[in-house]
Design a protein around this ligand. Structure first.
Ligand SMILES: [Zn+2]
Length: 370
């Protein structure tokens, strides 16, 4: 296990902001929409954030409940969403974000509203944009919680990038751009390369710090009492096989991690992502109370309409892919032939190869095994 306290390097904070040239090209297109009317008029959601630094803002979404929402068009300090739960006796922080300054930003916001001791910080799953700032929590002596597989998967996915360096990590993706046989293939390959470059730069700039309190999914759901505020941790399949959500049933508020991309095409590239599992999970979310507030892993805070729209995106990808599958179209061709319908034109696509590509590939695999 990495000891984050001793590996913590301030210098890396400073280099962090300077190396995002290519990724910026993708992220500046991902503008954060305003709060939708459905939640803007919900009296639980504060109109004004308690702090707004552009790249991220924090607002109240319930009694003792706060959401940290990232706007990647304005910087990558946090990149993912998160939040915190403030009870009378203790606090639960959610997400390690994409950098230690991102985790520090959320901690500062917390201290604007409460001095209660922090019981734990939870990574909702292992992905870099939710865990690369973990070292901040280590340096603060805050216990870091995550699904039991998170530590291993951070180490196995991100340590090799740091060891191998940029050229070796990005070479296969650069080759795809060079080898592209059509404009559309080149466009997709270039988008993927930009996304992998952003991922690499984030990981390179980070001191990887692993959770020191692993949560056995077999022991979930688990209730956490923060003093007058109870939260339930639950495991659900779909996005990464390490996804833990935080539910506050008394207030109908759910922190979903990346099991919900709100108004985005869902990122399904993880080798352990399962489309049928994810769609089942979303069906469960849709059955939660009609007044549920969802704090997604990416995108704006939403109500049930956000769950409905990500389900429609999956339905649309599945419907287009199924027609092509039945017509005998090979999977790679099906991926490149997918058409974004008008109603999802405003949904950011992180890149084709993180979203539509793997969703269609996994659907094809699921149909083959039927
Ligand atoms: Zn993720």
């Amino acid at each position: 296990m990495v000891d984050p306290v001793h590996d913590f390097s301030r210098r890396r904070f400073i280099t962090y902001g300077s190396c995002f040239g290519t990724f910026y090209g993708v992220a500046k297109l991902i503008r954060l929409p305003d709060l939708a009317e459905a939640v803007a008029i919900d009296s639980r959601v504060s109109q004004a954030p308690i702090v707004d630094k552009g790249f991220g803002s924090v607002r109240k979404v319930g009694d003792g409940l706060y959401a940290t929402i990232s706007d990647p068009s304005k910087g990558f300090t946090t990149l993912s969403n998160g939040g915190f739960l403030v009870g009378k006796d203790a606090v639960l922080l959610i997400e390690g974000f994409a950098s230690a300054p991102g985790a520090s930003f959320q901690m500062e916001a917390l201290r604007m509203v409460s001095q209660a001791p922090v019981k734990a910080a939870l990574d909702t799953h292992y992905h870099y944009d939710h865990s690369c700032g973990n070292a901040f929590y280590g340096a603060q002596g805050i216990p870091l919680w995550a699904h039991a597989s998170v530590a291993g998967r951070i180490a196995e996915n991100y340590s090799p990038m740091q060891a191998n360096g940029q050229a070796a990590t990005l070479a296969p993706h650069e080759k795809r751009v060079a080898d592209a046989k059509s404009d559309i293939l080149r466009q997709h390959a270039q988008g993927d390369l930009a996304a992998y470059t952003g991922l690499f730069k984030t990981v390179e700039a980070s001191v990887l710090a692993l959770p020191n309190h692993s949560i056995d999914p077999a022991k979930l759901p688990m209730t956490i009492d923060l003093g007058g505020l109870s939260a339930i941790l639950e495991f659900h399949p779909g996005h990464s096989a390490t996804d833990i959500i935080v539910r506050v049933p008394q207030q109908n508020v759910v922190y979903t991690g990346d099991l919900l991309f709100s108004g985005w095409y869902p990122v399904s590239i993880d080798q352990k992502a399962t489309i049928s599992g994810w769609r089942d999970t979303l069906k469960k979310f849709a059955a939660y109370d009609k007044d549920t507030i969802f704090v997604p892993g990416h995108g704006q805070i939403c109500g049930q309409e956000g769950i409905a729209s990500i389900r429609e995106v999956f339905d649309d990808i599945a419907a287009q892919a199924e027609k092509m599958h039945q017509a005998g179209v090979p999977v790679q061709e099906a991926i490149d032939r997918y058409i974004v319908p008008d109603k999802f034109q405003n949904f950011p696509i992180y890149c084709w190869g993180f979203t539509i590509g793997p969703t269609i590939t996994k659907l094809y695999e699921e149909w083959q095994h039927k």
